[in-house]
Design a protein around this ligand. Structure first.
Ligand code: NDP
Length: 284
């Protein structure tokens, strides 16, 4: 029998999700607040309804991808979700996910919380990641369908907030590196060098950067801060140099200022001769 799936939300991401399932010949029912966004999907073979009750009723599996959790709550306010498997792919915080799980459970639905770590054009690839957490049964029931949307399903256990926590932690790691890169790009520009070449170089050394993150994470996990190969003080000195270079080249320095503030707190706390991981003690 053809698998039935309802997709709630046809923004940039939701419409791609629906399209991927239609392509695989699933029986896809779609709903969106603004009806016009369903037009192309209807042509491609999706069933459309402007009635949210009918959209949820149409399938045992309901995937929601709207702006945020407040929109999800509003959309489902009066809808009967008893017995449904509901997968939330809107982005939120762990607390959003926990509250949503309580609400879903109290209304008889099985709830899986998800966070997509990709752009719409990257969906449907074997390497596309989605973090998932919540009811194990909901994961089992939706796994085959979700695999069509993203080949790399990372089920992080039954705590509903886990997927959102992993997502935000991954985003922080990724964008943290990007802000360092932007400052590096200004240094390169100030010297009349090519930013694209910096991009190539960082890409080439990315396994080494990954190793640094991994070993620092191990240090934190084991509370191992002593006997550094490069002390926190030595790392801080790089940022003193960046501050001086910024002044000499007349470029802005918000990123080194931010990092030095943390380094200075760590120095003041007496962690100068410890490992870089000791920054974590300042943050705690
Ligand atoms: P869009 O802004 O393109 O679409 C937002 C969707 O939410 C639309 O369907 C919109 O309906 C709906 N919506 C917003 N508010 C309400 C409301 N109060 N009631 C009913 N519907 C509402 O966003 P995306 O599709 O890009 O993103 C959707 C989710 O996916 C977000 O949580 C986002 O963080 C996540 N995501 C997106 C990624 C991306 O690269 N785009 C990457 C990873 C995750 P309408 O059309 O009527 O306005």
């Amino acid at each position: 029998m053809q698998e039935k799936v309802s997709i709630i939300g046809l923004g940039a991401m939701g419409s791609v999700l629906a399209h991927l399932l239609v392509q695989e010949k699933l029986a896809v029912t779609v709903w969106n607040r603004t009806a016009a966004k369903a037009e192309r999907l209807i042509k491609d073979g999706a069933n459309y309804t402007d009635d949210i009750h009918a959209a949820v009723l149409a399938s045992p599996l309901v995937i929601i991808c709207v702006l945020d959790y407040a929109a999800t709550t509003e959309i489902l306010r009066d809808v009967d979700i008893q017995g449904k498997t509901i997968v939330q792919l809107s982005t939120g915080t762990p607390q959003d996910a926990r509250e949503m799980a309580v609400m879903m459970q109290s209304r008889g639905a099985s709830y899986l919380d998800g966070a997509i770590l990709a752009t719409p054009s990257q969906m449907g690839q074997p390497s596309t990641p989605i973090f998932l957490s919540g009811a194990g049964k909901a994961f089992e029931r939706s796994e085959a369908v979700l695999k069509i949307l993203a080949g790399t399903l990372l089920y992080m256990g039954d705590a509903p907030g886990a997927a959102a926590a992993w997502d935000l932690a991954a985003l922080s790691s990724m964008f943290g590196m990007m802000f360092g890169f932007f400052h590096g790009a200004r240094i390169i520009e100030a010297e009349g060098l090519q930013v694209a070449a910096l991009g190539n170089m960082i890409s080439d050394i990315s396994p080494v950067l990954g190793q640094m993150v991994k070993s620092t994470a191990d240090d934190i996990q084991q509370e191992h801060y002593t006997s550094p190969q490069s002390s926190l003080e030595l790392c801080a000195l790089s940022f003193e140099l960046m501050m001086r270079q910024a002044a000499e080249s007349n470029i802005q320095s918000p990123f080194p200022v931010f990092a030095l503030e943390l380094f200075n707190k760590a120095r003041a706390a007496g962690y100068g001769e410890e490992r870089l991981a000791a920054i974590m003690k300042v943050l705690r």
